[in-house]
Design a protein. Structure first.
Length: 368
């Protein structure tokens, strides 16, 4: 089988391009080569989290091979093998994002022969990335449809720069790749038994939920309480119930995050696995008052709600790889980002799909 050739400088030109390629290489069993890895970043090439993801895939998929890789490497090839079940543990060894690490691992793990348990150490939140709470509370309910059960347990919090966070992901597959002679046959089974995504209308706003996680050294200053108070005050404009939980956690570094998201109903019914949702999150910042962060994050969510979009841009980007497995899926967002179009471009190199984008709505179609 010839290798798919990818240019890492395409579109967004960051690490997501490689992570998506790794995930779909395992899913389709198609090898690839990529050049110009993270070419559009200040420091191009592979980072620790990418090396650990490649190492992880070789462990989860015995026999998978790659060219020799090291920090800063800008070219590599990858030869996939079938995924196996079992318990696996990985350590990014920095505050590198656990959530970004899972972008390469999660999708193929959904289709393992039996239960997969993956424990990862690293950063649980950070700049320019979704935190593990977003993964747990917002994305995983939307991909529950591919599994018998999927659960993320946050064991330890890890903030920049020391990291030290730890999470455990447990997946009980519903569809198993080994039961099919090709990924096309697997997709046929998935599509015959699973609802495609149809996030076109926002529906009625019913509730705003959230969670604030903060390192324990900030508890005495009541940083979390101040953050939530300011967020609630701003969110009162939405005129719906507001519930934001708070947790202080021991951690190696000082840090914290606020995550808030909307809950909507359609036709009078709220489906936690298939309802539109909009997400806003922010990190604590040095020399920036908690009250300002709470207010800014709430205004961000209110703007998304006022946009009438069904899915926010960050969640859209995370959801696209799974929506690509279900043709005719439709996702309306407030902004189709460069991240998302890059993701779609990479996926189309592995799957026989095409996309139609109009009025900020993405429509996944079979490329007949």
């Amino acid at each position: 089988m010839s290798m798919i050739a990818l240019d890492g400088s395409f579109g967004e030109g960051g690490g997501a391009l490689l992570r998506t390629a790794l995930a779909f290489s395992i899913f389709t069993q198609k090898p690839f080569r990529i050049d110009n890895i993270r070419a559009n970043r200040k420091v191009p090439g592979l980072k620790a989290q990418h090396l650990e993801a490649i190492k992880a895939l070789k462990q989860i998929c015995p026999g998978a091979k790659s060219s020799e890789v090291k920090l800063g490497e800008t070219s590599m090839w990858f030869q996939p093998e079938k995924i196996k079940s079992g318990n696996f543990e990985f350590d990014i060894k920095t505050a590198g994002s656990i959530t970004l690490f899972f972008q390469a691992i999660l999708l193929p793990s959904l289709f393992a022969p039996s239960k997969v348990t993956i424990t990862v150490k690293g950063g649980t939140c950070g700049k320019w990335q979704a935190g593990v709470d977003s993964l747990q509370r917002v994305l995983l309910p939307l991909i529950q449809r591919f599994t018998k059960d999927i659960k993320l347990t946050i064991k330890k919090r890890g903030y920049y720069p020391k990291g030290g966070g730890e999470v455990m992901l447990e997946i009980s597959p519903l569809f198993k790749s080994k039961a099919h002679s090709s990924y096309q046959e697997l997709i046929k089974e998935i599509e015959s038994k699973t609802r495609y995504y149809n996030f076109i209308n926002q529906g009625k706003l019913e509730h705003i939920k959230g969670f604030v996680n903060i390192s324990a050294d900030l508890q005495e200053r009541q940083v979390g309480e101040r953050l939530i108070k300011a967020a609630r005050q701003t969110l009162l404009r939405a005129k719906v119930p507001i519930s934001i939980d708070l947790g202080y956690f021991p951690a190696l570094s000082t840090g914290g995050e606020i995550l808030i998201h909307s809950v909507h109903s359609q036709n009078g019914f709220t489906d936690p696995f298939n309802s539109p949702r909009l997400l806003a999150d922010s990190l604590l910042e040095k020399n920036k008052r908690a009250e300002i962060i709470g207010e800014e994050t709430s205004n961000q969510l209110l703007s998304l709600i006022e946009s009438k979009a069904a899915i926010d841009p960050l969640l859209c980007d995370q959801l696209i790889p799974f929506a690509a497995l279900l043709t005719n899926s439709k996702i309306n967002t407030s902004d189709v980002t460069n991240h998302t179009t890059t993701n779609l471009h990479v996926i189309a190199q592995f799957l026989n799909i095409k996309t139609n984008i109009a009025n900020n709505t993405i429509h996944i179609l079979a490329n007949k």
